[in-house]
Design a protein around this ligand. Structure first.
Ligand SMILES: [Zn+2]
Length: 429
């Protein structure tokens, strides 16, 4: 028999103190002054209770790059960050472009048990952008794939993108586009601007992202399908998504924590820890992303957690891999950039980091409000403490966090997956 948990005096979505009873995998009771015989009692005074977080964009690296991350290590990091479900991107080795590979990743997630893993299927075979992968077979597999993406690469061929958008309608899937016009970004290293010229690094123009998003919104509108835009990074992209939504296009968009806080000026350090795809942009872009996330133009926060081993990051800028860790710091960055400045309340955080990503990914068992009968996927978060980020304490196999030594607000105290703790007192169970 599983343990019953009585969580006392939690601030539900930042509201008044509330008790929660978690029993048999579900939220059994919600109220005040609750009792539960034989339950483990947790005093959650001062802690915010949120539904378990859902990440639509995680790189777990397995199969193929187990030196960078495994499903087990990545989901341990996810649990520490308050996540109960993650979508694992398809750019593994081999690529997750068949039912066999997505079922392998899905099964590894179940075996590890820290967090549910929903594999993302590749749009094109081998991410080569030449012909469509077996989208239907992945959708019908045990992994029940609903999100398809060539992330890391852009589906730049308009005909392939159109076909993918048409195809996924049959099973209510969504194509998640990594918007990067390849010709406009050949050799690109950082945001294109006055600074890239001064540093002598090839620029990555905003229009390379915006042109693809604009085209894809038009394609999704034309075929009447769902489009999701990965890691929106420019003010212009926010505006394009805003206008498409106003027209009724079925488009959703994500912003990554690092794009909400860091700017391209960090490239002046030539430290590749700040090298990421899409690149860090300007202060004005950061402000536009925060505004878009606040007003709902940007639907969700997704981490784009991208682990890389030391040898792929600790080299000169041009040779270094793109990407940074994100799972263990996402909630703190959102508090720092959105909650503390008053742009978003905790209910808004729950919407953008749990409800909406679960909806977009068509994940029924996550992202539900913490009401009686809901799956007991819960995170307890202490917004009052501050901590200094120490990469050595990360559960990830990689250490490429851009927040090393930074003081950030908040700490995940506990995470429950179907009523079972994966994290207690800030440590893995
Ligand atoms: Zn990407």
């Amino acid at each position: 028999m599983s343990t019953t948990y009585l969580i006392q005096n939690a601030s539900l979505l930042g509201g008044d103190p509330t008790d929660l009873v978690l029993r048999d995998g579900v939220v059994a009771e919600v109220g005040t002054g609750l009792q539960a015989d034989g339950a483990e009692v947790l005093d959650a005074t001062g802690l915010v209770a949120l539904p378990g977080l859902v990440d639509l964009h995680t790189h777990l690296r397995e199969p193929g790059r187990e030196d960078a991350e495994t499903v087990e290590s990545g989901t341990r990091a996810a649990a520490l960050g308050g996540f109960t479900a993650v979508h694992a991107m398809a750019n593994t080795e081999p690529v997750a472009d068949t039912a066999g590979v997505v079922e392998q990743v899905w099964r590894l997630g179940r075996e590890a048990g820290f967090c549910d893993v929903y594999p993302v299927g590749a749009v094109t075979v081998g991410l080569q952008g030449e012909r469509l992968a077996e989208l239907g077979a992945m959708a019908d597999s045990a992994a029940r794939v609903r999100v398809f993406s060539d992330d890391g690469k852009c589906v730049s061929d308009a005909v392939l993108m159109r076909r993918a958008l048409e195809y996924v309608k049959a099973f209510d899937g969504v194509v998640a586009q990594h918007a990067q016009e390849p010709r406009l970004t050949e050799g690109a290293q950082m945001n294109e601007g006055e600074l890239s010229g001064r540093l002598g690094l090839t620029g990555w123009p905003a229009v390379a992202e915006e042109a693809v998003i604009a085209r894809d919104c038009l394609l999704a509108e034309h075929v009447g399908s769902r489009l999701h835009v990965c890691h929106v990074s420019t003010a212009g992209s926010v505006q394009i998504v805003r206008e498409a939504k106003a027209r009724g296009v079925d488009v959703t968009a994500e912003a990554c924590p690092h794009h909400l806080i860091l700017t391209d000026e960090l490239a002046a350090t030539y430290d590749p820890i700040y090298k990421v795809n899409p690149p860090l942009r300007t202060r004005a872009d950061v402000e536009a992303l925060r505004g878009g996330l606040a007003d709902g133009t940007i639907d969700i926060v997704a981490t784009d957690h991208a682990p890389h081993p030391h040898e792929d990051k600790d080299c000169e800028w041009a040779a270094a891999a793109f990407g940074m860790l994100g799972l263990e710091t996402a909630l703190s960055i959102v508090q720092e950039t959105m909650v503390d400045p008053g742009l978003l309340d905790w209910a808004g955080v729950a919407e953008r980091m749990s409800h909406a990503p679960a909806r977009i990914g068509r994940v029924a068992d996550h992202g539900q409000p913490l009401a009686v009968g809901a799956p007991a996927n819960v995170v307890l978060y202490d917004p009052a403490v501050r901590r200094t980020v120490d990469p050595a304490r990360s559960a990830s196999l990689s250490r490429n966090t851009p927040y090393r030594g930074m003081e950030l607000p908040g700490r995940v105290v506990a995470t429950f997956l179907r009523g079972r703790p994966t994290v207690l007192d800030g440590a893995l169970v």
